[in-house]
Design a protein around this ligand. Structure first.
Ligand SMILES: [Zn+2]
Length: 193
């Protein structure tokens, strides 16, 4: 089921440290595909200023600090919450860690050393996009919580980040309900008499 967009998000990758433009472009396309079925429109921020009709999320291709590693071992990205418990519109993606994490995954029977450069950028973009989509989930659902399965699971397997299909990367029923409550538009899926 495809809902009309309820929420518009403009993704602005910070210029430094830079990721190759094809990786950034592929990441935003991937995050957009994962969120479109839930009425969340994800697109690149326009150059030179915030989009007037969208919430801008800034994405930094950061390296985790030692404190970040202690707080969330193995995390591939992070989003900060303010003192009131609301997420800030800033996401750190640990792109180098994502690259290492997927290094031994196989796509179409080949591992990364065998991938041509354009394919490597496409696959890294896909993986970064899936990691980004998870953090977008923390933002739009306004929760640090995780689901047992799907996009909001606490940890993904390398193959789930690189697989050509998006099976197993959906939202749980509870998260769908939470999302429609948050945006205050449309009935919750389980609404009844
Ligand atoms: Zn998470």
């Amino acid at each position: 089921m495809l809902l009309p967009p309820l929420l518009h998000l403009a993704i602005a990758f910070a210029p430094a440290p830079a990721l190759p433009p094809p990786v950034v472009a592929a990441a935003i396309v991937e995050a957009a595909r994962l969120w479109a079925p839930y009425g969340v429109d994800v697109r690149p921020a326009p150059p030179g200023g915030p989009a007037p009709d969208a919430v801008t999320l800034t994405v930094v291709a950061a390296r985790p600090t030692a404190a970040d590693r202690l707080r969330a071992p193995g995390a591939l990205a992070a989003i900060e919450f303010d003192a009131g418990g609301l997420p800030r519109p800033e996401i750190a993606v640990y792109a180098g860690d994502v690259r290492d994490f997927i290094a031994h995954a196989r796509v179409l029977g080949a591992s990364d050393a065998q991938w041509p450069r354009a394919m490597r950028e496409q696959i890294l973009g896909r993986a970064v996009g899936r990691v980004l989509a998870h953090e977008i989930g923390h933002y739009v659902l306004a929760t640090r919580g995780h689901a047992a399965h799907g996009l909001m699971r606490a940890a993904q397997a390398p193959d789930d980040l690189v697989a050509p299909n998006r099976r197993g990367l959906g939202l749980s029923q509870a998260d769908v309900a939470r999302l429609s409550g948050r945006t205050n538009l449309g009935p919750a899926p389980e609404a009844g008499p």
